[in-house]
Design a protein around this ligand. Structure first.
Ligand SMILES: Cc1cc2nc3c(=O)[nH]c(=O)nc-3n(C[C@H](O)[C@H](O)[C@H](O)COP(=O)(O)OP(=O)(O)OC[C@H]3O[C@@H](n4cnc5c(N)ncnc54)[C@H](O)[C@@H]3O)c2cc1C
Length: 463
């Protein structure tokens, strides 16, 4: 199919967009990325069943799953004492949702997607090349400016531009400016340390080793701070992600979103946490403390304009407490390719992109399919963060009562990530199936001037 799809960038959402469009038969797929190579920051990532379902359709789940850990339970502990507040078993996730809940290395997820992309001759990668501006959004073809790190900027024309350029998205800024919509970035006031401890460093400590060898995700929670930890990479690495009030980034507004942190500062933040946490944090080599700024923004009024659509963190950045940020970006990509391939436009055949109005309406359908769900997950992640980090007082007493009820009677857990009802809502979702089922109705609902557009039968786009 001759529609041209240009994608910024090769983050989780960008790689997924490239793969999804190539798999739909699009012959002109190009990826622009500021970085010189794949180079992913070392950190763990949760691979929930809704994400696995998409990756499996693309044939890259097996290799990614091979080195991930099957998480079968979650333990919530009081940070200061280490006392277990609740322990939720989820032994039947795979039975219920078709895939287990796994935790892996970001490099393995990104690498798996990238390798699958490299098997596709129709995807071209432009590394060390940034998108500098979007000049036109429509009604004609989209034009954007590509800026190679070494060389002159040049204009690129395309049918579709997908802005998967992350939390600081330049595409989002340009799109909102063009629509005169304010971009409300919310400073969450939170930051995160991401830590990976190799097995060799934990081996001498029986308590630590037991954590590494368990199929369990742990949370230690305290006032305004918590830590989530789980084993990855065939249990050779214990991955920890903290969350604490942001001090460093707030003190230097405009700075980057990740920075080398100070080890004494990190130890100080968790100084009142239990001994095993202290020992683990102490294993982090001086100079290897990496701190992330956590930001989000209010739901955007629009994700699309003309032939341009936003993807992933660019349109629904989230706090990490539900472990769904990358999953949502990858689901976005799958849905985009699905809907674009479902419309027959003008004489160019299904998904050809030569009917600009049809294409732009199709992108709107993508937004309609994704916005409610992603807004809900973003809100649930924020809710979990607030609940986990309560200080002394009535609200904390109520939360701990709920943890106790969950422990004794299997009632809902205040940690939404481990809550079976929330898991059901998140994990059972089949974004591609939903897109196939709802596309025609949503598309028709956008107006009656279909402009010669015919909807292909569900899931069977014209080649
Ligand atoms: C502490 C922490 C823990 C997390 N844990 C999880 C988890 O367990 N599970 C999960 O699913 N998610 C998790 N997330 C969230 C997840 O990492 C993000 O939601 C996900 O990576 C978003 O993917 P993306 O493609 O939208 O953006 P990104 O992966 O951030 O990619 C953006 C890309 O755009 C490139 N770029 C930016 N501007 C330009 C430009 N102008 N031109 C060209 N390229 C550009 C960047 O170089 C980058 O490669 C976590 C996040 C944090 C901070």
């Amino acid at each position: 199919m001759r529609l041209e799809a240009n994608i910024v960038s090769q983050g989780m959402g960008g790689l997924a967009c490239a793969l999804a469009f190539a798999r739909k038969g699009y012959k002109n797929v190009a990826v622009y990325e500021t970085a010189s190579n794949l180079g992913f920051v070392g950190a763990g990532i949760q691979l929930a069943p809704n994400l696995a379902r998409v990756l499996d359709r693309w044939g890259c789940w097996e290799t990614i799953a091979a080195e991930a850990t099957n998480i079968k339970s979650s333990s919530m502990r009081d940070g200061a004492t280490g006392r277990e507040l609740a322990h939720v078993q989820f032994p039947d996730i795979a039975e219920k949702y078709g895939y287990p809940h796994m935790a892996g290395h970001r490099a393995s997820l990104a690498g798996g997607l990238y390798e699958a992309c490299r098997q596709e001759p129709n995807i071209t990668f432009h590394f060390a090349t940034s998108l500098a501006d979007v000049k036109t959004f429509g009604p004609d073809r989209v034009t954007f400016v590509a800026q190679p790190r070494h060389g002159d900027a040049y204009d690129v024309e395309t049918d579709v531009l997908l802005g998967a350029d992350g939390i600081k998205s330049l595409v989002r800024g340009a799109l909102l400016r063009a629509m005169d919509i304010p971009a409300d970035v919310e400073d969450t006031g939170q930051a995160a340390y991401r830590i990976m401890l190799p097995r060799s460093k934990m081996e001498g400590d029986a308590e630590m080793l037991a954590l590494l060898d368990a199929d369990c995700a742990l949370r230690w929670i305290g006032e305004k701070r918590h830590i989530i930890a789980y084993p990855i990479s065939g249990k050779t690495i214990y991955n920890l992600a903290t969350c604490q009030p942001d001090v460093n980034f707030a003190a230097a507004p405009g700075a980057t979103y990740t920075t080398r942190g100070s080890k004494p500062a990190m130890l100080n933040v968790f100084a009142d946490f239990c001994p095993v946490v202290q020992r683990m944090l102490n294993l982090v080599p001086e100079g290897e403390v990496c701190e992330w700024r956590l930001r989000s923004y209010k739901p955007l009024a629009s994700w699309t304009l003309g032939g341009v659509a936003l993807v992933g963190d660019a349109c629904h950045a989230t706090l990490p407490h539900l472990g769904q940020g990358a999953a949502m970006a990858i689901e976005d990509a799958a849905v985009l390719a699905e809907v674009v391939s479902q419309v027959r436009c003008g004489g160019g055949g299904s998904g050809s992109g030569d009917d600009r109005e049809a294409l732009s309406r199709t992108l709107k359908v993508y937004e309609m399919l994704r916005k409610e769900r992603t807004s809900r997950l973003v809100e649930l992640a924020a809710f979990s963060g607030r609940t986990l980090q309560l200080g002394e007082g009535k609200a904390k007493e109520e939360r701990d009562r709920q943890f106790e009820m969950a422990r004794q009677k299997g009632q809902p857990v205040p940690d939404k990530w481990a809550s079976p009802e929330v898991q059901h809502m998140v994990y059972s979702h089949d974004c591609i199936k939903e897109a196939q089922e709802k596309f025609a109705e949503l598309y028709a609902g956008l107006g009656d001037q279909t402009g010669g557009v015919k909807v292909a039968p569900n899931g069977v786009p014209e080649a």
